[in-house]
Design a protein around this ligand. Structure first.
Ligand code: HEC
Ligand code: HEC
Length: 193
């Protein structure tokens, strides 16, 4: 098994962000052609369990690509992709996807479930990190309008420890006490914002 030192991760992420102004949107767009088959045209996913990337936070995207590349976040489909990416690609892809108009939820077919999710989000103080409107900030993901079944999967992955994430694994602590009912309601509410 490959051992990933957090120090190494941090060093590479600092290198990524300190040159953020040098990101090249056009190069990111060209590189993003290999992403469209899964993440959709213009970063709007049409595929189950694959997140939309349009309007996602630049820093969040860069961190996740670094996590996948280092093996700290594991996914069979993303693994062969990140092996082809250097630090410039990661910067450019982050800037490109962040510049696209963000994904938005469709018509809400279950407002009662959304109301439960809204209450759970308030009780668990999700907006204290994800921001008003859940639009995200820096390395904290945009979650408003994300695909519903992907939100369910992500919360289960944190809860089970399959995914630990950045920011001192903040999400693992948040997700651990969530019940399945809460996760279902939270995902439905957030997906329809
Ligand atoms: C073969 C399909 C496939 C391709 C091609 C692909 N991805 Fe992914 N990607 C996935 C899947 C599946 C996930 C969800 C992984 C999980 O559930 O943890 C994902 C997750 C991600 C995430 C994490 C997003 C989040 O909200 O947590 C980022 C960032 C990402 N991909 C970027 C890219 C970029 C950039 C490219 C092109 C260079 C790309 N992907 C190409 C399948 C793919
Ligand atoms: C203490 C700060 C904090 C709180 C509170 C918080 N989050 Fe997060 N959240 C984060 C961070 C940081 C990330 C990025 C983690 C990573 O790198 O995987 C994240 C990521 C996520 C993701 C993954 C998004 C993606 O595209 O992969 C989901 C879903 C999520 N949070 C939902 C929630 C919900 C629902 C709540 C309330 C129950 C919540 N969060 C509360 C900090 C927080």
């Amino acid at each position: 098994m490959r051992v990933v030192s957090l120090g190494m991760l941090f060093a590479s992420a600092v290198a990524l962000t300190s040159f953020a102004q040098a990101a090249d949107n056009a190069a990111g767009k060209a590189k993003a052609e290999i992403c469209a088959g899964c993440h959709g045209d213009n970063g709007i996913s049409q595929t189950e369990n694959i997140p939309s990337l349009a309007g996602q936070l630049d820093q969040f995207i860069q961190w996740q690509l670094v996590f996948f590349r280092a093996g700290a976040r594991k996914n069979e489909q993303m693994q062969p992709i990140v092996e082809q990416l250097n630090n410039d690609d990661i910067r450019n892809l982050g800037a490109y996807f962040a510049s696209l108009p963000p994904f938005k939820g469709g018509k809400d077919d279950n407002p009662d479930l959304s109301e439960k999710g809204k209450q759970a989000a308030a009780g668990r103080r999700c907006a204290s990190c994800h921001g008003d409107g859940f639009a995200g900030t820096k390395a904290v993901a945009r979650i408003a309008g994300q695909r519903e079944e992907y939100l369910v999967k992500a919360l289960h992955d944190y809860k089970s420890g399959q995914r630990s994430g950045g920011a001192q694994a903040a999400m693992a602590d948040v997700a651990y006490p969530l019940s399945d009912e809460e996760i279902t309601a939270l995902a439905h509410y957030l997906a329809h914002l």
